[in-house]
Design a protein around this ligand. Structure first.
Ligand code: ZN
Length: 467
């Protein structure tokens, strides 16, 4: 039985992940799934784009130890409060009980900052910009879901130190530009919302959440950017000597994203027949399927191999599927895997000097010239990327709704309304409707409404149910 995305998004999602064989959840630790070859190929492409972006913006890749001493973890009081209930503890080494217990990193502030205190000496050492791509661990108590809610999380985190708050602010703006380029490759629309005081990252001055809308009207946070001011550099004693010989605390930021990016790609783009991979991260951008008929197998195979060599040499990731199966069975398999473009080659195509294509995203069919196949494939893949992003943006827009009263809250919508900014009104709204205030727009929006609770002058704010 085929599960329908529009009927039951959650069940459909689980089914698609399993059918496409992206991860195996039968590993005997709940919430810690095995990355299968196909899923890991996609994640590696995403990581590659992250590395390219961070390297190009003068961040240095590092790799910190997984274990963090309890004494370091507890230095920043809000941070420990925020993470206390979700960390994994190491209490023994061999048969010995440890004097100082260790945690598996849930994120790496408390691993990195004692070292930053040693590395940063003078204003000449700043800005310090490092990142790592590692696994983090959080004891998730809600229902786990592949890529979206897991206990061992494949994670990217950048950490920066600056001389001034303004320089740290410029870093946040650079992070947003990096996000925009990455999101385009994944064909994902997103919103940037400054989280409420009670929802910001533990220890942060402020947090910008990066959310994308799932087809069921719930939002998925795919990343976040934090400005710390000196909230961590004070307890961790990260100081520098300025031009006048004065010692000052560094201003810090972080930027984090995770395998949820893949969860979002699946949720936003896939359909009832399987995945639809954005061409930039598809393990195979095109699959070549030979169509054999009587007595022409050798000639067709030879042409298909030529086409494969031509496209591969041009830099495309291509699969030549020469398995002994009917073409229809092959179509079905590659549809599930979400290969963006299917290329068919039969006797008639060869006679006419063309290759027949079928787009995975919209089913469109046609032919391209065999002799200039790379140029033809390039055009179609670009068109697929543009169409995926455009469609996803329309879905996101269609879920956003302005409201001016709390009496009539529509289901499955991202709501926009006025909020005066006080905690009391914020909590009253959240408690009454089991909705989360996602925050105020990071990029200001025109708005002239009043607070939906108290009627005072207000800023726009977004609220939704979350995945
Ligand atoms: Zn109010």
């Amino acid at each position: 039985m085929t599960l329908r995305k529009e009927d039951d998004f959650n069940e459909w999602y689980i089914d698609i992940v399993e059918k496409a064989n992206l991860s195996d959840k039968r590993y005997p630790v709940k919430g810690m799934n095995v990355w299968t070859a196909y899923g890991w190929k996609i994640m590696r492409s995403i990581d590659t784009f992250i590395r390219q972006e961070l390297d190009a913006t003068e961040h240095d890749e590092v790799c910190f130890p997984l274990l963090i001493p309890e004494t370091e973890f507890k230095k920043e009081k809000d941070h420990i409060k925020g993470f206390d209930s979700e960390v994994y503890w190491v209490t023994h080494a061999g048969l010995n009980e440890l004097d100082v217990r260790l945690i598996l990193r849930p994120t790496s502030e408390t691993a990195m900052y004692p070292m930053f205190a040693l590395w940063v000496r003078s204003h000449q050492d700043l800005p310090l910009k490092v990142y790592q791509i590692v696994n983090t661990f959080r004891y998730e108590t809600k229902q786990t879901r592949a890529f979206m809610r897991v206990r061992e999380i494949h994670f990217f985190e950048s950490h920066t130190c600056h001389t001034t708050e303004e320089d740290a602010q410029r870093q946040i703006e650079e992070d947003v530009e990096i996000l925009d380029r990455l999101a385009k490759r994944l064909c994902l629309p997103y919103s940037l919302l400054v989280r409420t005081e009670w929802d910001k990252f533990p220890g942060a001055h402020y947090t910008v959440g990066i959310d994308t809308v799932m087809p069921n009207g719930r939002t998925l946070q795919i990343g976040s950017v934090h400005h710390y001011r000196t909230n961590f550099s004070v307890p961790y004693e990260i100081t520098y000597e300025d031009e006048n010989g004065e010692h000052k605390h560094a201003h810090q930021t972080t930027y984090g994203m995770s395998e949820r990016l893949l969860g979002a790609v699946i949720g936003v783009h896939a359909d009832d027949a399987g995945l639809i991979m954005p061409p930039d991260i598809a393990p195979f951008q095109a699959v070549i399927i030979p169509i054999y008929s009587k007595n022409n197998a050798d000639a067709v195979r030879q042409e298909a191999q030529k086409l494969f060599a031509l496209l591969t040499a041009a830099g495309f990731r291509v699969k030549f599927d020469d398995r002994d199966l009917r073409p229809g069975n092959k179509y079905y398999d590659w549809e599930i895997k979400g290969v963006p473009l299917r290329l068919e080659l039969g006797g008639r195509d060869i006679e006419n000097g063309v290759v027949t294509f079928a787009r995975r995203d919209n089913g469109e069919k046609g032919t391209i010239d065999a002799s200039s196949a790379p140029a033809g494939v390039d055009l179609i893949l670009d068109a697929i990327s543009a169409a995926l992003l455009d469609k996803a943006k329309k879905v996101q827009q269609s879920h956003i709704q302005d409201i001016d009263s709390i009496d009539d809250i529509p289901e499955d919508r991202i709501l926009r309304f006025g909020w005066c900014g006080c905690e009391e009104c914020g909590h009253r709204f959240e408690d009454a409707h089991d909705l989360k205030i996602l925050g105020t727009p990071f990029i200001p929006e025109e708005f002239d409404g009043k607070c939906i609770i108290c009627g005072k002058p207000a800023k726009p704010v977004y609220a939704a149910r979350t995945m």
